[in-house]
Design a protein. Structure first.
Length: 337
């Protein structure tokens, strides 16, 4: 009875919509203008909502309003409610016409250079009436956007589980790093190269205080090697690729860029083994969130497009196991001798 009398009959979706608009606008006046209703109506709606819940939802200040702790908790619930309603409508639309819909995707920077555009281009060719929104950000930002429900899914090289238990991850492929040079670089004519031969060459490298940088440092340190000295340091893939294309510089590029993005520039993978671990590229979604109907199309296409990367990784792993086995046999032969 308490729920029915106090909440069920007194809190309506319209009230929740008004509260969301006020919180997003930071002002009742701006919210009224946005919703095309009067400010007194906004004020009355918020007051009745606070009375029904028995707590203050907004703090009024001289510059506007901001949610209280109670308000933030209720807004989180409200965001989920409207998100589920929107997804329910999307599911109905998809069932009535699978060629129409909308999907909001977030991806980490390296994957947006070649992989994500490749997938989206293939999908829009097959489904010209589906609208895709793609944003580029780092993994923590992508996870925040998933929580805020501003994107439907994310594709990143860092597992979402490290940012909280409210995320689900689905492995797609292993992202590896390669040494690349321009086609007219003298090193591109070599069939076999030892990494030590390249240490004094002109390098352009990413910053070392991020995920990729730490992976590089860890790999070289585990192999007992010093890092190559970078002449130019930049986290911009475009900057590093352009520098390599001049024919002077070497750099490290992820397999997804080499496979899908570097074909626009005259670059070549050098035949040199790197002491670096691969990184899992994963689809990250928010647990217990109704799936977007169009997301299934995107995920299926992503797996088709990345199949060559999975095959290359499997072949590389097989080669490493074979070489390790030969080294082991060689050591045993030396001991026996």
């Amino acid at each position: 009875m308490e729920w029915t009398d106090r909440i069920g009959r007194r809190v309506k979706l319209r009230d929740l919509h008004v509260l969301l608009a006020v919180a997003q606008s930071g002002s009742m006046a701006r919210a009224a203008e946005r919703l095309a209703i009067s400010k007194p109506v906004i004020s009355k709606t918020i007051s009745e909502l606070e009375h029904a819940l028995g707590v203050r939802l907004l703090d009024r200040t001289s510059v506007g309003v901001e949610p209280t702790a109670y308000g933030r908790a209720f807004l989180t619930c409200g965001t989920a409610v409207f998100d589920d309603l929107r997804r329910g409508v999307q599911e109905i639309e998809y069932l009535s016409d699978p060629t129409v819909g909308e999907l909001r995707i977030g991806a980490a920077t390296p994957l947006t250079v070649g992989l994500i555009p490749t997938v989206l281009a293939r999908l829009t060719e097959r489904f010209p009436r589906i609208v895709f929104h793609a944003v580029e950000a780092d993994s923590p930002t992508l996870c925040r956007m998933l929580r805020e429900r501003t994107i439907d899914l994310a594709v990143s090289r860092t597992g979402g589980s490290i940012f909280g238990d409210d995320f689900a991850t689905d492995h797609v492929f292993e992202e590896r790093l390669f040494v690349v040079a321009a086609l007219d670089n003298p090193w591109s004519r070599r069939r076999k190269i030892e990494l030590t031969e390249l240490m004094d060459q002109p390098w352009t490298m990413p910053e070392l205080d991020n995920v990729v940088g730490r992976l590089i440092v860890e790999g070289f340190r585990s192999a007992g090697m010093a890092l190559p000295t970078a002449r130019i340091v930049s986290n911009s893939m475009a900057v590093r690729m352009r520098l390599v294309a001049t024919g002077r510089f070497l750099t490290l590029l992820p397999s997804s860029i080499v496979h899908f993005g570097a074909n626009r520039l005259p670059l070549k993978i050098l035949p040199v083994a790197l002491p670096l671990r691969s990184q899992p590229a994963q689809i990250i979604t928010l647990k217990d969130r109704m799936p977007n109907a169009i997301a299934r199309l995107f995920v299926d296409e992503l797996r088709v497009v990345t199949q060559p990367l999975r095959q290359d990784a499997a072949a590389t792993a097989k080669g490493w196991r074979a070489r390790a086995s030969k080294r082991k046999v060689g050591r045993k032969a030396q001991v026996s001798g």
